[in-house]
Design a binder for this molecule. Structure first.
Ligand SMILES: Cc1ncc(COP(=O)(O)O)c(C=O)c1O
Length: 365
């Protein structure tokens, strides 16, 4: 095979695609024996009723899934108290996020996000050739509303907030978000990926404010990260246009079936959510005793500032040598932090044991 045609092939890419480096082959997949506490997954099995719906859906594997996810959208609309024209369904909420960027941003436009925030947004902005404005929040439980309204972010096509935020886990009261939405003329995208672990949600605001779009995912609170189910809720004019540019058959039959079943069995997850909130508290307390400084979290993870002397990267590597993966964010002023997902009691015991061992200098490597 010759590479002679590659230069001319690359020159046919759009300027934005050309600017991006080709991804390397990638790191080898983490060994299956490693404990994954780095992606905020929910490591519990599906409730049996939901599992049965997934298995039954496999018998429809030869059919295309339903066009435009109509039944699933109707079920979500009924479950969340709004009309189906305000709902769209996605192959995970990340699919919906990227549609929003594609629909709203042209090269030269800008988008503003509360920082630190979910870093995937930075990539989505760069794919559109858009400027990514990060608005630093000083308080964990309030918004820098004036910076959004009057700072460099004032020309942004939309503001993106995650509540609870990732990677901090911080939660802003819904009344504070409503203040921003009411004062702002453009779109506010509120990503509620972790909302089922928080005290209140903003979904009722969708019927009140046409400039609010809310994203939800079933990956975190309903343990379906591998099945890919997400929703967006907003004004019918905007939702209808976003649906129009969506890939056909964007979800598969298993995602449809599991989404429907979760929507009618949400109470089956109460124990799961209570467990996570309880473990979050327990792990936070234990980490504090070990000298970490933990940000109060309303999500299924904790962001912890590591004890003085080492940085987050060092702790991440030391934990990996103990068989445990946690997340580290070298940007955003979080070099001295790690983020750990809340999993089963056994996983959390193993995590705390490993932290204690490392802390005592017993890490032999
Ligand atoms: C804030 C936030 N939004 C969206 C997502 C994407 O979730 P999904 O699995 O639905 O694509 C994540 C995943 O980590 C997230 O942290």
């Amino acid at each position: 095979m010759t590479d002679a045609k590659i230069p001319s092939l690359l020159s046919s890419l759009t300027p934005i695609a050309r600017e991006l480096d080709a991804l390397p082959a990638g790191r080898p997949a983490p060994a299956a024996c490693l404990m994954r506490l780095n992606a905020n997954e929910n490591p519990f099995p599906l409730p049996s009723i939901v599992m049965r719906s997934a298995i039954a859906a496999l018998e429809r594997q030869y059919l295309y899934p339903e066009h435009d996810n109509i039944t699933l959208r109707e079920a979500a609309a009924a479950a969340y108290g709004m009309s189906a024209d305000r709902v769209m369904a996605g192959n995970g909420s990340s699919e919906l996020l990227s549609l929003i960027y594609r629909a709203l941003l042209a090269p030269g436009d800008s988008i503003a996000m509360l920082s630190p925030g979910f870093s995937f947004n930075r990539k989505l902005a760069s794919l559109q050739g858009a400027q990514f404005i990060e608005v630093r929040g000083n308080e964990l439980d309030s918004l820098p509303i004036d910076s959004f309204l009057f700072g460099p972010a004032r020309h942004a096509k939309f503001i993106l907030l995650a509540n609870p935020n990732n990677p901090t886990g911080a939660f802003v009261p819904v009344a504070e978000i409503e203040r921003l939405v009411a004062k702002y003329d453009r779109l506010v995208v509120l990503d509620e990926a972790y909302i089922d672990f928080a005290p209140e949600n903003g979904l009722h605001l969708v019927n009140r404010y046409s400039n609010l779009l809310i994203l939800r995912t079933f990956s975190k609170s309903y343990a379906t990260a591998g099945i890919r189910i997400g929703f967006a809720f907003g004004h019918p004019e905007l939702i209808g246009r976003l649906r129009n540019i969506q890939n056909m058959f964007n979800m598969n039959v298993i995602g449809h079936a599991v989404g429907m079943s979760v929507l009618s069995n949400r109470r089956a997850y109460d124990e799961n959510h209570n467990h996570i909130k309880h473990e979050r508290q327990r792990v936070s307390g234990a980490l504090s005793e070990f000298g970490f400084s933990v940000i109060p979290s309303h999500a299924n993870f904790l962001l912890a500032r590591v004890p003085a002397g080492r940085d987050g990267k060092w702790w991440q590597s030391a934990l990996e040598r103990q068989g445990i993966l946690v997340a580290f964010f070298p940007d955003d002023g979080l070099e001295d932090c790690i983020r750990v997902s809340i999993g089963t009691r056994n996983q959390m015991d193993a995590f705390l044991e490993a932290v204690d061992k490392i802390r005592r200098g017993a890490d032999s490597s």
